[in-house]
Each structure stands twice: as C-alpha cells, then as structure tokens.
Design a protein around this ligand. Structure first.
Ligand SMILES: [Fe+2]
Length: 397
C-alpha cells in the first residue's frame, strides 16, 4: 500500500527528471521577518507548537528491553522515558514528588529502580513510587498516588513521541496524517544507535528552514558536499510532514530500470522531515547511516540546539566505528560552520528592521508549507487542533 505511494512519488520524480522540470508552487510566499524574532510570537510557538504537539524524542533502539530508560530535557521540560515490564514505553515528568528534584540524570541506561539524588525516594520503571527513605519518621504518604507524573507517549516506526502536557492525550496516527507508514520504510526499528552530538544553532525556524531547502546546497555548501548536489527540489507532504527529493542522478538511475526493480531502498532517498522539529537524511558509513536531527528551541527566539542522532543499519564494529566517527565530525562541521554559522548571522539581520518580509520561491514549497503550518497551528484552539491535522491538510498544500 505505502510502497505504491513511494512508486507514485518516484514516477513524478522521473517525469520531472526527463522533462527537466521541478515542482512549482502557485507563487512566492512571504513570511514577515518579525515572525523570526518577536518575543511574544516566540512564546506562542513554545506554548502552541512545542507545548502541545507530539515531539519525536527517542528511538525504539534506545529503549530495548524492560527497564531501559532515557532522560533528557525536551523544550525546557525534564522528561524520563522508560520501557516497562509489559514492553510499553512510558513517559514522565522527571520530577520527584517529594520536593521536585530531577530524579534521573540526563542519559540512557537500564534500571529497575530510580532513586532521587536529593533524599532517595525511589521509583520503578512504571513511574510508581516504591520507596520512601526513613518512611517511619517521614509521616504518612499514600505511595499509590505519588508516582512520577505521566506524559502522553506513543511509539511508531521505531520512533517515540511525547507531548509535554501531563493531562493531555496523544493521537499519533492523526498527527502523522499517514506519514507514520512511510517512516516504517526507513526501518528505524532494526537500526542501531551509533552516535549522538549536539550543535548550538540560531532560532528554531531559521534552523528548520535550512533542512527543507535544497536551493542553498551548491552555494552555501560549495566547500563541503554542495558541488555534487542539485539545488532543485521535489516536495511531498503528509499533513505538515514533508519529504524532499531532487530530480537528479537518483531519478536518472530509476529511469533506466523497470518499475519492478524499484526496490524500497531505491525509493526512500532524500530528506524526511517530521513537523515541527526533526529532519532525517541518509549517508554512507560502511553501510547506510541515518542522521536524525532533533531541533529544540533554546531560551529565546534567536537560539536553538540540535541533537544529531546517528543510526546505522548494521550492528557496530571497529571498522564501522571509524567511518561513523569520520562522518559525524564532517556533519557537525557542515551544520555548525556552514548552516548554523549563516543562520546565526541571519539572527543579527532580522533585528535590523531593514526588511519586512522574507521570500520563499516557487521551488521552495517546503519552507512555504512549513510556515503556513506554523501559522495555522498558532491560530488554532486546542479543540480544533485534531480537525486541522485531519481535514485541514489539503488547504495548506
Ligand atoms: Fe545546509
């Protein structure tokens, strides 16, 4: 079923390649420059986008087996993910019920119990409070209603999402608009996490614009990987989630083959993004390696940081480790010294007041749709959010 979608996309790519054409939006889309630096607008983005949409925070491959956990900061909230005895992943605010200390230090591991570092209250992998130190002299506490506070969580396609509203819920299939089935083709479920590094960046939208943008590749990246890259792009979207490909040699290869030889591997190229903050690209490192960039806002409109996660399709060994380390260093350098260096300088210009709008051209449909979706989510009340991700999809294409 979803292979058919990949084939349709590839047919379109081949047709563009043969005709020497690209996707064209109906017009140039203008985005107010103020959207990039206005503090009130940024706060609204934090509340309405990062504060209530599902965020992709972890990989199934990081949480293998009962007791596996991951603790991290997610857009300002300390979050603990933990796989329980029944196999389901749970998510919690990583905050002790006693007096609010962060219970589990950031990182990954496996543990049946988590002891708070402040007074050693203890929680199990289901978030239940199981131990109060010196309970006899502490006083009566009902352990059954003082576990860690749960967050809505969902696991699909080898990826784990949470929403940061303890009392909320998560309908990940509605949020993904059919994209979850597409992501299963990337096979993260069977990948191995082989590395992780963090890059400080400009404001989250300046940074994210770059991941949807092929136009800049041969220019900004002329000293690194740019000379081999097409600056033209084809976009496909499932709700706000978008895949970017280029009508280049990849489609030239497909054009030479009968369709029954279009393997899944040949059909899943390009950049896959997950709204509002994830970008996935594949590289060669002794086999296939994905870089999954998780973008998180910093403390103000002009700041963000990106966790670059590296997942490999085959288990790690010494030879692979060397190639992975080389690739990781290269990708850190490219993103830090080329993309985010430029982005941070954009953060200086947006505050000058010299320009009132930025332009997204007719072949920059990815950025056009991204900004339309940001606007739409900001303008939508909680009660209407599900509808936006359902019937509103087509109107935002
Ligand atoms: Fe770039």
């Amino acid at each position: 079923m979803t292979r058919a979608q990949l084939v349709d996309i590839a047919r379109r790519g081949v047709a563009h390649y043969r005709a020497g054409t690209v996707d064209q939006e109906s017009g140039i889309h203008e985005v107010p420059v103020a959207n990039y630096h206005d503090a009130d607008r940024w706060q609204l983005e934090m509340d309405h986008i990062f504060g209530r949409l599902p965020l992709m925070v972890a990989f199934s491959a990081e949480l293998r087996g009962a007791g596996a956990y991951k603790a991290m900061d997610v857009a300002g909230m300390p979050v603990l993910l933990s796989r329980g005895d029944g196999g389901a992943v749970r998510a919690f605010v990583n905050m002790c019920s006693h007096r609010g200390a962060i219970v589990v230090a950031d990182g990954l591991g496996t543990a049946r119990r988590h002891a708070c570092p402040y007074h050693s209250w203890t929680y199990d992998s289901h978030g239940d409070l199981v131990g109060i130190r010196d309970a006899a002299t502490f006083g009566d506490v009902d352990k059954s209603c003082n576990g860690l506070t749960s967050l809505p969580v969902a696991e699909r396609a080898g990826l784990v999402w949470v929403t940061l509203r303890p009392a909320g819920s998560i309908d990940i299939d509605a949020h993904l608009c059919g994209y979850g089935e597409m992501l299963t083709h990337l096979d993260f479920e069977n990948c191995h996490v082989v590395g992780r590094q963090t890059v400080e960046g400009p404001g989250w939208k300046v940074a994210y614009d770059g991941y949807l943008d092929y136009y800049h590749l041969p220019v900004l990246h002329r000293e690194s990987f740019g000379p081999d890259m097409s600056s033209e792009a084809l976009f496909d979207s499932w709700g706000p989630h978008q895949r970017v490909t280029a009508p280049d040699r990849h489609f030239a290869e497909l054009a030479e083959l009968p369709e029954d030889e279009w393997t899944i591997e040949r059909l899943i190229g390009g950049v896959w993004t997950i709204f509002p903050h994830v970008s996935i690209a594949a590289f060669d490192a002794g086999g296939k390696m994905y870089m999954v960039s998780q973008l998180f806002p910093g403390d103000a409109a002009g700041e963000s940081y990106t966790i670059q996660n590296f997942l490999h399709t085959r288990p790690p060994d010494d030879e692979q480790a060397e190639l992975v380390a080389e690739r990781m260093a290269f990708l850190e350098r490219v993103v830090r010294d080329e993309d985010y260096y430029t982005g941070k300088r954009i953060e200086r210009t947006v505050r000058t007041g010299a320009k009132s709008v930025f332009m997204f051209g007719r072949n920059e449909g990815g950025g056009q749709r991204f900004h339309r979706w940001v606007d739409a989510v900001l303008a939508t009340d909680d009660a209407d959010l599900a509808e936006l991700f359902g019937s509103g999809v087509e109107s935002l294409r």
